[in-house]
Design a protein around this ligand. Structure first.
Ligand code: DON
Length: 302
C-alpha cells in the first residue's frame, strides 16, 4: 500500500498549478498550493499515508457530515421534513432552488441544507460549535483539534450569500434560531483545522457500519450508516457527484480547503488533500489521486 500511495503522489504532484486555491476569503487564498497529502485508515486500525498527510488544513464543507451525523442522532427521521435527500445539480452555494422549492434545501451538503442542519443543532445544544468540536475530537482521536478563528471571522465578514439563504429559509418558516448565531456556529465548524490522518480516522465509523473503533462507540446504526453513505454518493460532491461516481465510485465529501474524504464501505476511510480546486470547487489533484487509487485497487461500489 505504501508504494502505491507514493506512486499516486508522484502522479498527481505535477497537476499542482493547474487549479485554483479558494479565494473567497483572504485566509484561504494565502494557503501554500504546493501541498498534497493522503491517508488511509482500515477498519482494523492500520494507517497508511503519503505526502503532507500531517499538515492541517481548513475542513470547510467536510464538516457538514459531522453536523448531519449529530442531527441524525438526535432527530432521526423527523429531520427529513426540513431538508431533502436529492442531488441539486447546482453549485454548493446556489440559491435558485430555494425559492421555488419553498425554503426546503435539496440535501444536507449544499450550503442551504447544511445551514438548516446547523439550525437543528443550534436548537439542541447550548454551545453548538463546542458540542461539534468535542464530537470531532473524539471521532478523530485528537483532543487538540480546533477552529481557525481568522478563517471563521473572515467567513462571517463575507457571509452575504449564506446569510441570504438562511434568511430566505426563515421567511419560509424553515429556520428556528437567530440567523447570525447559526452562521457563527456553521462558520466555526467549517473552519476546523484537521489533517488527512485526523479525517481518515474521524470518518472510519462510516466505513465500519457506524462503529468507531478508537472510542468503542456505535456512532450511527448500520442502517443509518448506509443511508449517510448513500447521500454522500449522490450529493457529497455537489454538481460533480456524477463525475465522482463515474471515476471514483465511492461515497465522498469535499471541502473548498482542498480536502476530500471517501468511504470504502466495510474496509477503509480515505482522505486526500491538495489546496487547488477545479471549477466545481473540488480538489483537482485530490480527485485524480482518488480516481487512481480506486482504479488500482478496484474499490468502486458500483
Ligand atoms: O459556506 C461556505 O461556502 C464554506 N464555508 C464551505 C464551502 C465548501 O467547502 C464547499 N465545498 N466544496
Amino acid at each position: 500500500m505504501d508504494a502505491l500511495l507514493r506512486s499516486i503522489e508522484e502522479k498527481v504532484r505535477p497537476l499542482i498549478g493547474l487549479g485554483k486555491v479558494a479565494d473567497y476569503i483572504p485566509a484561504l487564498a494565502s494557503v501554500d498550493p504546493n501541498q498534497f497529502g493522503i491517508a488511509i485508515y482500515s477498519n482494523n486500525g492500520e494507517l497508511y499515508h503519503a505526502g503532507e498527510a500531517y499538515n492541517d488544513f481548513s475542513i470547510q464543507s467536510i464538516s457538514k457530515v459531522f453536523s448531519l451525523t449529530l442531527a441524525i442522532k438526535h432527530y432521526g427521521e423527523d429531520m427529513w421534513q426540513r431538508v431533502g435527500r436529492e442531488p441539486s445539480g447546482n453549485p454548493f452555494n446556489s440559491l435558485v432552488q430555494l425559492e421555488y422549492e419553498a425554503g426546503v434545501p435539496r440535501n444536507p451538503f449544499i450550503n442551504a441544507g447544511a445551514l438548516v442542519i446547523s439550525d437543528m443543532n443550534q436548537s439542541r445544544f447550548a454551545s453548538p460549535h463546542y458540542a461539534m468540536r468535542e464530537f470531532i475530537r473524539r471521532l478523530a482521536d485528537n483532543p487538540s483539534l480546533r477552529s481557525d478563528k481568522v478563517v471563521a471571522d473572515s467567513e462571517y465578514e463575507f457571509r452575504s450569500r449564506n446569510a441570504s439563504m438562511a434568511y430566505l429559509m426563515k421567511a419560509f418558516g424553515n429556520f428556528n434560531n437567530d440567523v447570525e448565531a447559526v452562521l457563527h456556529s456553521y462558520f466555526n465548524n467549517c473552519a476546523m483545522r484537521m489533517n488527512c490522518v485526523d479525517l481518515a480516522k474521524a470518518f472510519s465509523f462510516l466505513a465500519n457500519k457506524g462503529f468507531c473503533r478508537h472510542t468503542g462507540e456505535q456512532i450511527l446504526t448500520p442502517r443509518e450508516t448506509t443511508q449517510v453513505n448513500g447521500l454522500l454518493a449522490t450529493s457529497g460532491l455537489y454538481d460533480e457527484a456524477g463525475n465522482f461516481a463515474y471515476h471514483v465510485g465511492l461515497p465522498g465529501k469535499s471541502g473548498v480547503g482542498g480536502g476530500i474524504v471517501a468511504i470504502v464501505p466495510n474496509r477503509f476511510s480515505v482522505c486526500v488533500w491538495s489546496p487547488e480546486l477545479n471549477k466545481s470547487g473540488n480538489s483537482l489533484a485530490g480527485m485524480t489521486a482518488l480516481e487512481a487509487l480506486s482504479e488500482s485497487i478496484g474499490w468502486s461500489v458500483f
